[in-house]
Ligand binder design. Structure first.
Ligand SMILES: [Zn+2]
Length: 157
């Protein structure tokens, strides 16, 4: 999926999460969640984040390939467990939700991902990257996010 679709889906996840759980440091939580939602594509130098970290991204791509270990549950689990070890529960949750939101979006593309890497079970779906259907998804997210923000806003007024 394109970076903007990943970001919108992560915004949606954030909005649903804060519906149920109180977040103490919402700015930091949001920043970590959005960063984690873009991070997996660091394994591809042509991606939004890959362009900003090109030399590093190229090395990762050569070693790990695109949609390899960086598109699996290994890294977000390791990051979340490390943060939990240091008692940073909110940060752990933010990173995990953001990262997994990226994986879910890539899971529904025909290229798919190896969610349980190193096991080679590919999970894939029907929505090609940058297709009409991705654009439909993008606009659906915009509508749902707008509704959620309106509801949030009306609760404060
Ligand atoms: Zn990706």
């Amino acid at each position: 999926m394109r970076a903007r679709t990943h970001i919108l889906f992560s915004v949606l996840c954030l909005l649903f999460y804060v519906d149920y759980v109180e977040v103490k440091h919402i700015l930091l939580f949001s920043f970590l969640l959005f960063f984690a939602a873009l991070f997996p594509d660091i394994d591809e130098a042509g991606s939004a984040i890959g362009k900003k970290t090109k030399p590093f991204s190229n090395i990762i791509n050569i070693i790990c390939g695109h949609r390899g270990v960086f598109h699996s549950l290994l890294l977000p689990s390791a990051a979340a467990l490390t943060l939990l070890f240091f008692q940073q529960t909110e940060a752990a949750v933010a990173v995990f939700i953001g990262y997994v939101s990226h994986l879910v979006m890539d899971m529904i593309t025909p290229a798919g991902i190896y969610l349980f890497y190193p096991f080679r079970w590919k999970i894939r779906g029907p929505i090609p990257v940058n297709s009409f259907f991705e654009k439909m998804l993008f606009w659906t997210f915009i509508v749902i996010i707008s509704i959620k923000l309106l509801v949030l806003y009306s609760a404060f007024v």
